[in-house]
Design a protein around this ligand. Structure first.
Ligand SMILES: N[C@@H](CCC(=O)N[C@@H](CS)C(=O)NCC(=O)O)C(=O)O
Length: 226
C-alpha cells in the first residue's frame, strides 16, 4: 500500500497524521503540494474536494481530505481504533475539542510577525487558557498517561500537536497545567515519536520571519514553492 500525505510548508495539520503513522510504523511520503500536483496552489485549489490540504492519497487513487478523516483512517489502519462505541465517542469528542485549537493558533505561529503576532497572541490568550483548562481536567480524569487508555490514539497526537505548538506563543502556558505537561512528556518519551520530533523540519524565527528548516535549508513557511 502506498500513502502520500500532501501538504504545504507549515507545522500544522500534517503533524498528528505523521505522528500517528510514525508511532504505528506505517510508511508514507510527505509531498509538497507543488511537487505532487506540479502546479501552483491557486490552480490546484479549485480541484480539491474541500479546496484545502492536507490530502492523503492511497495507492495513487483514493483521496482523503479533512485532517480528522485522515487521522481516523490511519487509526483504523494502525489497529488503534476503539471498538467500544462509548469510549470511541469519548475519543472523538477529544479529537474534535483538540481541533478547536487549530484556529487561530496554527496560522499565528506559522505566519504572523511583529506587532501582528503580539496582538493576535494576546487576543487569543483567554480562550486558549480556557481550552487548556478543559484538556487538563480531562487528563486528570484519565487513569493513564493519555486521554483514553494506555495507548496513544489520534486524539492524543492531535492534542499534543496543538499544545506543543502553543509553546511558540508562550513557553510558560503549558507549565500552568501540570497534567498537560505530564501528558506532553509521556508522548515525547515514546521512542518512535521522539525520533519523529527530532528529525522533522525545525520551525525557526517564529514571530520574526517564520521558516521551516527542510533538509538543512531554512525555507519561508507558506503554501507556495520558494
Ligand atoms: N478542516 C480542514 C482545514 C484545512 C486547512 O485549513 N488547510 C489550510 C492549511 S492548514 C489550507 O489548505 N490553506 C490554503 C487555502 O485555504 O487555500 C482540515 O482539517 O483538513
Amino acid at each position: 500500500m502506498s500513502l502520500k500525505l500532501i501538504y504545504f510548508k507549515m507545522r500544522a495539520l500534517a503533524e498528528a497524521p505523521q505522528m500517528l503513522m510514525n508511532y504505528a510504523g506505517i510508511k508514507y511520503e510527505y509531498i509538497m503540494s507543488w511537487d505532487y500536483f506540479e502546479d501552483e496552489w491557486k490552480n490546484v485549489k479549485p480541484k480539491i474536494a474541500f479546496k484545502q490540504l492536507p490530502l492523503l492519497i492511497i495507492d495513487g487513487g483514493y483521496e482523503i481530505p479533512q485532517s480528522l478523516a485522515i487521522l481516523t483512517y490511519i487509526e483504523k489502519l494502525a489497529g488503534l481504533y476503539i471498538e467500544d462505541p462509548i469510549i470511541a465517542a469519548k475519543a472523538d469528542a477529544i479529537l474534535n475539542g483538540a481541533q478547536e485549537l487549530f484556529l487561530p493558533l496554527n496560522p499565528i505561529v506559522n505566519f504572523a510577525v511583529g506587532e501582528d503576532f503580539k496582538n493576535k497572541r494576546d487576543d487569543l490568550m483567554p480562550s486558549l487558557l480556557s481550552k487548556f483548562d478543559d484538556l487538563n481536567r480531562l487528563l486528570e480524569l484519565s487513569n493513564t498517561n493519555y486521554f483514553i487508555d494506555d495507548r496513544p490514539h489520534a486524539c492524543d497526537f492531535l492534542a499534543f500537536h496543538h499544545l506543543d505548538l502553543s509553546r511558540f506563543l508562550d513557553g510558560s502556558l503549558v507549565k500552568k497545567f501540570p497534567r498537560i505537561e505530564k501528558f506532553l512528556n509521556a508522548i515525547e518519551e515514546i521512542d518512535t515519536i521522539n525520533n519523529y520530533l527530532i528529525n522533522r523540519p525545525k520551525l525557526i524565527d517564529v514571530s520574526i520571519d517564520p521558516k521551516l528548516v527542510i533538509e538543512g535549508v531554512p525555507e519561508p513557511t507558506g503554501i507556495n514553492k520558494g
